[in-house]
Design a protein around this ligand. Sequence first.
Ligand code: BGC
Length: 814
Amino acid sequence: MKFGYFDDANKEYVITSPKTPLPWINYLGSENFFSLISNTCGGYSFYKDAKLLRLTRYRYNNVPFDSNGHYYYIKEGDTIWNPGWMPTKTDLDAYECHHGMGYSTFRSSKNDLQAELTAFVPVGKNCEINQLTLTNNSKETKDFSVFSYVEFCLWNAMDDMTNFQRNFSTGEVEVHGSAIYHKTEYRERRNHYALYAVNAPVDGFDTDRDSFLGAYGENSAPEVVVSDQSKNSIASGWAPVGSHHLKVSLAPGESKTFVFILAYIENPVEEKWIGRAEDGKINRTRAEALMKEFDTKEKSEAALAELKKYWDELLSHFTVSSSEEKLDRMVNIWHQYQCMVTFNMSRSASYFESGIGRGMGFRDSCQDLLGFVHLIPDRARERILDIAATQFEDGSAYHQYQPLTKKGNSDIGSGFNDDPLWLIAGTAAYIKETGDYTILDEKTPYDSDPSKATDFMEHLRRSFHYTIDHLGPHKLPLIGRADWNDCLNLNCFSTEPGESFQTFGPSEGPNAESVFIAGMFVRYGKDYVEICRHRGLEDEAKLAENAIAEMEKTVLDAGWDGEWFLRAYDHYKNKIGSKECEDGKIFIEPQGFCVMAEIGLKEGNCLKAMESVEKYLDTKYGIVLLQPPYHRYHVELGEISSYPPGYKENAGIFCHNNPWISIAETVVGRGNRAWQVYTRTCPAYIEDISEIHRTEPYVYSQMIAGKDAPNFGEAKNSWLTGTAAWTFLDVSQYILGIRPDYDGLTVDPCIPSTLDGFEAKRDFRGVTYHISVRNPKHVEKGVASMTVDGIAVDGNTIPLPTGKTEVSVEVVMG
Ligand code: BGC
């Protein structure tokens, strides 16, 4: 069952019912000011940091779900309704929510009154614009009221929802004409405030929540709206809100547009404006200038057009055209859009991440890079260096860092032993995309301490050596607190059966080892070797090659279980992910990574591992993380066994590592299977089962309940997941096979045999490549010939052209 449809021409998903199984959201903003907005106008805004500078208040886990947002109430006679349906939930005669690239438009009507509301964050501005157009489609004049409503957050979202003894006494506002200023300061005085204004004279306003809602009132029926009369309340303490009252009269066929602006304003410190001026009033200069920029419909529409142009340009660097409409839709629009959102948000703010919990993940952000580096290489460079600056001198890393301070998060600490290798992965992707080796010379601190800086190349060396220096009893990498699988905590152990568990120190115990990290080490170690060679570090390159060869041997000796790769050894040196285990006999992660690393490719281990994944882990909704699920809690395995069977890491379908298998299938040349794995979790391909899948059908979720769960097929945790980058990497670089490499662009498709071929356009290092792939023999993999501007070339890497900006490439598979 569907709740909408894709509109590819406009790059939108159009939701046709407000009653989606879960709120289906969109993100506004791409630099500093961001808003989350659901298909019923729920959501909130923040500036830079969702925890510290939250503009509007949201209540997660609220009842009803998603019942706070930026709302517009229309009151005509006794009928009160909202263009986004919530919070009044009045039945609408028409409703559509168009989630587009950085904007959302609601088109609704009730009793021949039509509302069109478009919300967006203009490029380069710290504000959200809400453009509301009302049209009278009836034959009579219509007189009605519009009430706007936002609830301000007292900036620090964590404090805002916990520290009431203080916060009920801090709220302050100012109102000047149609502009409402929220000026509550958070502890130390700050030079910022929020503005909520409309470009028309108002018939009233409210800034005090209780006055607006009424005693014991709720936002589904605010007292002010019901009585059709604002109270001009000025908040003092308690809960400041912003509401404008506009009385509107429309002749038949007439339309009127209002432009609302919600902004974050900061006055520069050099003006010595600390908190407030001597008369206690705020400095409104910047707010007034900003209001002028959006005081007409024409100005707001021009800003929306500019935003659309920005996205069209961004998404033009990689496009595909094939007979598979859904493939084109995902590659050209939604994969890349989600990658940009994960770049902006990391794992901070979604409808599953509260914006106050996690900072930026070291591993997460390095992986996100793989998906967006071609879109914004300069920001990727900056991000890599920011991440590296939080690394410790021994090569290990803070698992997370704070976006505002860019400092490592000491609450979480370090000890995730895969983290250092992800830095090599992200850097290799950046260099392959841009050819920019100068990044290696950048002076980069350790632990955010500039006095402890080396060049960035040295960071990579320490990352690589961290694994070599931390090997366990089988010479496999020590796992530490966990590897990619945060919940596989093998250094939890009990000294006596039944005793509560203990853990080793912050870093790792002496025994527990990870075959997954071994796979990573081999795969990204090869990139490290290439980078060393390019720097002329031949001795280091040889050393690394030897270590990699040694690790491959170790994996085949100690990490192979007969039909698949083992997952790990626990503290007691017992195997994890082996046929010998009662539960958790086979895990997905080492199959993906060891095959991507080509460990035992010639010997047949890779194909065997892929066959085992298909045999033991496959389901109709995707590949589960492990089988059989853990049925009881194992102290020696940690959090993983605490989940009920079929959820999260305990045999859920982790969408994040399904593309590892799809990529691994391209390594063994099975294009049909790579495609099957790709399409099974791909949003556009499962749109029809939205009532089962439940999360947004235009983006990936982190996890889908596995076959052992009662809600098999139901997804959770949409938007902010490494799945975004990995699935785009899979489809663009391995299935379509257009892959940046150190010396040029490689074309190595591995596609379903039914596909005749495809056309692609790829911008790469200043050149636009027009690539045409034909598949006359309907093979799954293999390039029979390649011509570049009509000239046949050997192999399938396009030599870097000189003096050209457009290149045509013809590839024939066979
Ligand atoms: C984390 C990832 C982790 C994954 C698997 C996600 O929630 O963001 O870093 O690899 O879970 O445990």
